[in-house]
Design a protein around this ligand. Structure first.
Ligand SMILES: *Cc1c(COP(=O)(O)O)cnc(C)c1O
Length: 423
C-alpha cells in the first residue's frame, strides 16, 4: 500500500510526521484505545490523533450524534443553533472566552488570532518561541535568525513575513524581557502554555504569569495556543490549569474528539474586530460545518458532565504509565528524562535538563528509534518522533497500562544493550 501511495501522494503521506523508516503502518479501524492495522495487528494508541482523541477512538455518544447530524445535512453555509450552543459552551467553560469563532484547523485559528492582534494593536511584529508549533504558514513556520529575527524554516517561505516574527527561547523570561524592552512594535505573543511540539516541555514556575504581566503592561496581545492543551489539560485547558487568562486562545485537537474543528476565543473588544462588522477578514466555507460542530458539542457535553471522572482518570492512567517507565529506567540504571503533565508524557533520551527546544540537539535519536520499533512490534504505538508527545485517553484501561509498561521495560532493555555495546 505504501508503494502504491508513494506513486500518487508525495512521500506517501498527507502530513510529514506520519512518515518513518522503513514505512508507516496503515490503519484499518480504531475503537477505544486501539488502532487495528490493515495487516490485522492491534496497537494500543498513544498518538491518539496527536491529542485529538481525548475520549478515545469512535466514542459512542460522539459518533452517534454525528451520524444523526449527517442524516440531517452536512453543509448549509447559513448559521445553525448548534454553532450558537458551541460558542455558549466556550463562554461557560472558559472565563475570557466572551466570544468564539469556529474554524476548521489549528493553523487557521492561530493565523486569524495573529491577524486580529495586529489589527487591534496597529503593530506588526510577533513573538513566538523556539520549538512551539502553531501551523504550517509563513508567519509561524520560522527559525531564529540573528538577533532573534525569524527566517523561513521551509523552502518557499517568504523572508519578509518570517522577519516579522521574533523567535525566543522557551522558559527564558530574562531574554523575553530584553527583547520586549528593545522593540516597540510587538503586536502579539503566541505561546503553547505547555510545549507539546518538541517532546513535552513544561513551563517553569511563574513563567506564564510573568508573561501575562509584561504583555499586559506593554499592550501586547497574549495568545495562548491551546490547540493541544485545550479541553485536555483540564476542561478549561491550560488557562484554567495554571489560572492565567490570555487575551485570545486557540483550540482544536481535543475539542472535536477526532473531527476537523478549531476555534478562536477571547475578549469581546478583540473578537468584535472580525468582519463583517469589524475590519479583520476571516472566512471559510467549512467553518462551523454541522458534522464537526455536532462532534464538538457532544465531546464538550460529555467532558462537562463527566469532568470529575474523566480528568482524574486520564491523569491517573498517565501517572501509572510514567511510574512504570520510571521503575524500568531505575532498574536498568538509565538516567533518561521523563516529563509528564495531566494525560501527556514523553521520555527523552538525554541526561540534560529539559527546559527548551535546545533539547532537540541533545537527545539520542538512535535510542528513540530502537525504543519506537520495539514498542510497535509489541503492539504499542506512540508518535514516531522523539519531538512529539504521547497522549492518554479516557478509553485506556488498566490492562493497556500493564501491557504498555511491560513493552516499555523490554524496549528500554534493548536500548540498554545498545548502550553497553557502544561502550
Ligand atoms: C497541531 C497544532 C497546531 C496546528 O493545528 P492543525 O489542525 O494541524 O492545523 C497548532 N498549534 C499547536 C499547538 C498544535 O499542536
Amino acid at each position: 500500500m505504501f508503494d502504491r501511495g508513494q506513486q500518487v501522494i508525495p512521500s506517501g503521506v498527507n502530513s510529514p510526521v506520519r512518515f518513518y523508516e522503513p514505512f508507516p503502518f496503515f490503519a484499518a479501524s480504531g475503537k477505544g484505545s486501539k488502532i487495528v492495522s490493515v495487516d490485522h495487528r492491534t496497537y494500543i494508541d498513544y498518538c491518539m490523533g496527536y491529542g485529538g482523541l481525548l475520549l478515545g477512538h469512535a466514542y459512542g455518544p460522539v459518533t452517534n450524534y454525528v451520524k444523526y447530524q449527517l442524516d440531517n445535512g452536512s453543509l448549509f453555509c447559513v448559521p445553525t443553533e448548534n454553532e450558537v450552543k458551541l460558542a455558549e459552551y466556550f463562554s461557560k467553560i472558559i472565563p475570557f472566552a466572551e466570544m468564539t469563532r469556529i474554524v476548521n484547523t489549528g493553523a487557521e485559528a492561530t493565523m486569524n488570532a495573529i491577524r486580529l492582534a495586529r489589527a487591534f494593536t496597529k503593530k506588526k511584529n510577533i513573538i513566538k518561541f523556539d520549538g512551539c508549533y502553531h501551523g504550517a504558514y509563513d508567519y509561524v513556520l520560522v527559525n531564529a535568525g540573528p538577533n532573534s529575527k525569524g527566517v523561513p524554516s521551509s523552502d518557499g517561505g517568504i523572508e519578509e513575513a518570517a522577519s516579522r516574527t521574533l523567535v525566543l527561547p522557551y522558559n527564558n523570561f530574562a531574554e523575553l524581557e530584553r527583547v520586549i524592552n528593545t522593540n516597540d512594535s510587538i503586536a502579539a505573543l503566541i505561546i503553547e502554555p505547555v510545549l507539546a511540539n518538541s517532546g513535552l516541555i513544561l513551563p517553569e514556575k511563574d513563567y506564564l504569569s510573568s508573561i501575562r504581566q509584561i504583555t499586559r503592561k506593554e499592550n501586547i496581545v497574549l495568545i495562548f495556543d491551546e490547540v493541544i492543551t485545550g479541553f485536555r489539560l483540564s476542561l478549561g485547558g491550560a488557562s484554567e490549569f495554571f489560572g492565567i487568562h490570555p487575551d485570545l486562545a486557540t483550540y482544536a485537537k481535543a475539542m472535536g474528539n477526532g473531527f476537523p474543528i478549531a476555534a478562536i476565543a477571547g475578549k469581546k473588544e478583540l473578537m468584535e474586530q472580525f468582519a463583517p462588522k469589524g475590519k479583520v477578514y476571516q472566512a471559510s466555507t467549512f467553518a462551523g460545518n454541522p458534522a464537526s460542530v455536532a462532534a464538538s458539542l457532544s465531546t464538550i457535553k460529555n467532558l462537562l458532565e463527566k469532568k470529575n471522572e474523566i480528568y482524574p482518570k486520564t491523569a491517573k492512567t498517565c501517572d501509572s504509565i510514567v511510574h512504570g517507565i520510571r521503575d524500568a529506567l531505575q532498574e536498568l540504571k538509565l538516567g533518561f528524562v521523563l516529563t509528564s503533565i495531566g494525560s501527556m508524557f514523553q521520555l527523552f533520551f538525554t541526561l540534560d535538563e529539559v527546559k527548551d527546544a535546545s533539547i532537540k540537539r541533545k537527545t539520542n535519536l538512535n535510542f528513540f528509534k530502537i525504543m519506537y520499533e520495539e514498542l510497535l512490534n509489541s503492539g504499542v504505538f506512540i508518535p514516531p518522533s522523539q519531538f512529539e508527545t504521547c497522549f492518554v485517553s479516557y478509553s485506556h484501561s488498566e490492562e493497556d497500562v500493564d501491557q504498555t509498561i511491560e513493552s516499555y521495560s523490554n524496549a528500554l532493555q534493548k536500548v540498554k544493550e545498545k548502550l553497553c555495546s557502544n561502550n
